[in-house]
Design a protein around this ligand. Structure first.
Ligand SMILES: [Ca+2]
Ligand SMILES: [Ca+2]
Ligand SMILES: [Ca+2]
Length: 491
């Protein structure tokens, strides 16, 4: 495999000009204790056995707990991969013109920034936010998205709805921004009945000490009854205390002796599995960030909520990731590691997911952030993709009787029969022979009794297919999307 040489120093030129290091197989580097407020530079060169490929110089600034937001700068428009620069910005008030935010590190075009901070508000009243940007912007306040203008082509000042904030409470603010080309501008103002419109004052921001970006998102409905809760760690946490319950006040006021206290998770494990939850129930949860060496700890989290749906989720495609395995190792949780398609075969024309990350579909979705993109090629073959079930396998649980799934096709697709099979043999076909050409999200509901011969108390696999099962013919190709495969009770 590749060998790496890491250079690390306190100034840009030293790292840029460094040479002669000995490559090894390490993919981590521990620089030892760092100085608060100081900026460091580093570079990773790759040696492929024949030549050394010199890496870009990256940098980060060690944050201090006083004032500012964390700015994470990326060398692309999509906040993809690792940030090339992480620093504390005192506020969001930048007019870069045709220049770069950091000339040695970031180009003047095609970059993006995610700012994460927290701040208290002085008044209990509605606040309106005004991102003034060139080009795209998204804004979350208190973990709710209030601006979504990623495709903004030119300089523009957006205005959010007013959101009610409470004096003395701390709120998370997350702004994502990208510069396309030409000039670059990023400012964030606010206004309330008692606050004249102004750039949000710099000193009032503090770095993200509290947990943020909850998943499921705050207020989400129709959440699966076996969710995994996750969040973004506060900057100084070495562990997280998780509280969960159905009484909002009890969760808000809970301590480690309360029944709502569920678990302590180590830094690096920002997730909690609550097991099976009740149907159609609103849950409240809170994550406190703990640093045993800091007298200000713990940083008490906001109370977040979500509501479970009245259904079982077979797959909503939300939990697949883009983590490639080490060479020679099997993949674990990419969409095509779970939905087994025809890749590498000559008889099965199904291809699941994108060739490059993000592997699951993130643009054409029915709900949530991801769906399944499914390309079929029925030229002399049929297409099938199969998921082996872990949960739910008992398709009689809670009295469910119906399978529902959502799909969308395209008028340019060749018409093919679409089917769902359980345990590989019990097949149900969609009635519409041109189903692949439907170009709006459409629900397909199948009564479970139609899956003849299947033990519904122990279902092992579900297969989505195109063409007539076991009868390849001279078909064509197409692109379909699937989302929200669920089991419902009778109405
Ligand atoms: Ca520019
Ligand atoms: Ca621009
Ligand atoms: Ca989804």
């Amino acid at each position: 495999g590749l060998m790496h040489t890491i250079y690390f120093a306190e100034d840009y030129e030293t790292v840029k000009n460094a040479a002669g290091g000995v490559p090894d197989m390490q993919t981590t580097h521990n620089p030892g204790p760092l100085e608060l407020g100081k900026t460091y530079y580093w570079r990773v060169d790759e040696f492929d056995g024949a030549a050394t490929h010199t890496g870009d110089v990256w940098s980060f600034t060690v944050t201090t707990p006083t004032g500012g937001l964390k700015g994470m700068y990326y060398s692309n428009r999509d906040l993809a991969g690792w940030p090339v620069l992480v620093r504390m910005d005192s506020g969001i008030d930048f007019d870069w013109g045709a220049d770069s935010p950091e000339p040695n590190t970031i180009s003047a075009d095609e970059f993006s920034v995610r700012w994460i901070g927290e701040r208290e508000v002085a008044f209990s009243e509605p606040y309106t936010f005004y991102p003034h940007v060139d080009n795209g912007v998204r804004l979350w306040v208190d973990n709710k998205q209030i601006i979504d203008a990623w495709e903004n082509p030119a300089v523009f000042e957006y205005k959010s709805v007013g959101i009610d904030l409470v004096a003395g409470r701390r709120y998370s603010i997350v702004m994502e921004y990208h510069e396309r080309d030409g000039t670059a501008l990023a400012r964030l103002s606010w206004e309330s009945p008692s606050t004249a419109k102004q750039i949000i004052p710099q000193a009032a921001f503090s770095p993200p000490m509290r947990a943020s970006r909850p998943k499921p998102p705050n207020g989400e409905t129709d959440v699966r009854n076996m969710p995994v809760l996750s969040w973004l760690a506060g900057d100084y946490a070495d562990s997280h205390e998780v509280y969960l319950g159905t009484d909002e006040d009890a969760v808000k006021n809970a301590d480690k002796n309360s029944p709502e206290y569920k678990d302590t998770r180590a830094r690096g494990d920002e997730s909690y599995d609550p097991g099976k939850l009740a149907w159609a129930t609103t849950y409240y949860w809170r994550v406190d960030e703990v640093n045993s060496a800091d007298p200000d700890s713990p940083w008490t989290g906001s109370v977040w909520s979500f509501s479970t749906g009245a259904f079982l989720v077979v797959d909503d495609f939300e939990y697949y990731d883009d983590i490639d395995p080490a060479p020679g190792e099997p993949g674990i949780n990419r969409i095509f590691d779970k939905w087994i398609d025809g890749y590498g075969t000559t008889t099965n024309g199904a291809l699941i997911g994108n060739a490059l990350p993000p592997y699951a579909e993130q643009s054409v979705v029915h709900s949530g952030a991801q769906s399944m993109n499914y390309a079929y090629d029925n030229t002399g073959k049929t297409s099938e993709a199969t998921l082996t079930l872990v949960y739910p396998k008992d398709w009689t649980e809670e009295g469910v009787t119906k399978l529902s799934l959502w799909f969308i096709g395209d008028p340019g697709n060749s018409p093919e029969r679409m089917s769902v099979a359980l345990d590989g043999t019990a097949v149900v076909y969609h009635d519409d022979l041109n189903v692949t050409q439907i170009d709006t999200w459409t629900e397909w509901v199948i009564d479970l009794t139609r899956f003849a011969g299947v033990n519904l108390a122990n279902v092992n696999t579900i297969t989505i297919g195109f063409g007539t099962k076991n009868s390849p013919a001279a078909g064509g190709t197409g692109q379909m999307y699937f989302d929200d495969i669920r089991l419902y009770r009778p109405n």
